[in-house]
Design a protein around this ligand. Structure first.
Ligand code: AMP
Length: 398
């Protein structure tokens, strides 16, 4: 079954065309439209046969971008389809589903209205997600379209964990609560971990550590807590985001640095985290290199990150009443043996024993990196959010 996966941002649109069969998940083609609505729009397209092209096109809006993607998929030189009829359905990544969506859904007008109702909660993400959906509806009328939400997997979190201790009316009026993000990734890697352990009841802590990072506590496949909050700003420190801080810091900054709400928001989302503490970079590799050459603030930023990740794992093992497996995924989680070691070395009291040899080896799709005697299994599992979106879409299309 061929499924097109679309991830639309405000000025970009990423796509992957999957061919899913029982035991194979081939990516037939993938690419990205960049600078949509801006001068110098560009389409990069590549196929599994190794052909690729990179061309400038006029892309005034997402609709034209989707039409160009379809032309590329059907083109005689770089195409992988004879006809669009071969595509069974289109799966869309949608960032915020609020409390409305605990699962992926087939898109209709009511679903689009509910996604639009979440605009105040995700003003930068949901509007371009809708643009991507409407562009595909226009270019492929009648084709099944599915929405897969970053927040959906976290909708099983109980109220004691998702509520903030603000006046209750604010939750009712504005929906102010923890939602959590990266749900598609946490769902994907926790399912693989449960399969690898052959234990559908497993208590799993999933650490999605990348430019944005979040940690989730998963009990028998159900998420019970996660580190991101109403927005993706909460939790562990990230590339440019603060992670958790005392909320009084916000009003203090507004008063004493004379900042507007918008300026504080930008400071906390774009100028903080690794970048803000180190003054070097938001990128973990740059930070590691700077720390290795003696930069104390780069070293501090990394230590703050490791410490925060260890604390969340400790907290979530308490929330779960134990832990059977810890999973590392995303850019940092998959690629940094030294950070994995530093996060886990304080957790031997939980029964975590890392095999340093396995931890330093290449991982492939997944790898067990704990010792045979370790009470808690530690896995590195490559995340694949697009594949998960394709699988969810295929299941609904069927
Ligand atoms: P992501 O958002 O999942 O693409 O992850 C991006 C982050 O992963 C960046 O901070 C990268 O520096 C980090 N990363 C990628 N490769 C490595 C590596 N080999 N060692 C440390 N961090 C890495």
């Amino acid at each position: 079954m061929k499924i097109l996966v679309v991830n639309a941002g405000s000025s970009s649109l990423k796509y992957q065309l999957f061919d899913l069969e029982d035991d194979k998940n081939d990516v037939l083609a993938s690419g990205i439209c960049e600078r949509i609505g801006i001068d110098g729009s560009n389409l990069h397209h590549e196929t599994e046969n190794g052909t690729e092209f990179n061309s400038d096109f006029e892309m005034p809006d997402h609709k034209v971008a989707v039409e160009l993607v379809i032309d590329a998929l059907l083109s005689p030189e770089h195409g992988v389809l004879q006809s669009l009829n071969e595509v069974e359905a289109v799966g869309h990544r949608v960032v915020h589903g609020g409390e409305e969506f605990a699962n992926s859904v087939v898109i209709d007008e009511e679903v689009k209205d509910a996604i639009k109702a979440c605009y105040p909660l995700a003003p930068l993400h949901n509007p371009p997600n809708i643009m991507g959906i409407e562009a595909c509806e226009a270019a492929m009328p009648g084709k099944t379209q599915v929405a897969v939400f970053d927040t959906a997997f976290h909708q099983t979190i109980p109220d004691k964990a998702f509520m903030y201790a603000l006046p209750y009316e604010l939750y009712e009026k504005h929906g102010i609560r923890r939602y959590g993000f990266h749900g598609t990734s946490h769902a994907y890697v926790s399912e693989i971990a449960m399969e690898l352990m052959d234990n559908p009841e497993a208590k799993v802590i999933t650490c999605h550590l990348g430019n944005g990072s979040s940690i989730a506590a998963v009990n028998a496949g159900e998420c019970i807590d996660t580190s991101m909050g109403m927005t993706p700003l909460a939790g562990v420190p990230m590339g440019t985001r603060t992670g958790d801080l005392d909320p009084a810091v916000v009003t203090y900054l507004m008063e004493h640095e004379d900042l507007s709400a918008e300026q504080v928001d930008s400071l906390m989302n774009k100028e903080s985290g690794f970048l803000g503490v180190s003054g070097v970079s938001s990128d973990c590799r740059d930070l590691s290199a700077a720390a290795d050459s003696g930069n104390a603030r780069a070293e501090l930023a990394l230590k703050m990150f490791n410490y925060s990740c260890s604390k969340y794992i400790g907290a979530y093992s308490a929330a779960l009443g134990g832990v059977d497996a810890i999973v590392f995924t995303a850019g940092i989680g998959e690629n940094s043996p030294s950070l994995r070691l530093e996060i886990l070395e304080k957790l031997s009291y939980l029964g975590v024993e890392l095999d340093s040899e396995l931890n330093s080896q290449k991982i492939g799709a997944y790898k067990l990196i704990s010792t045979e005697d370790s009470r808690v299994k530690v896995y590195v599992i490559r995340t694949d959010e697009e594949l998960k979106i394709a699988q969810e879409t295929a299941a609904l299309a069927e």
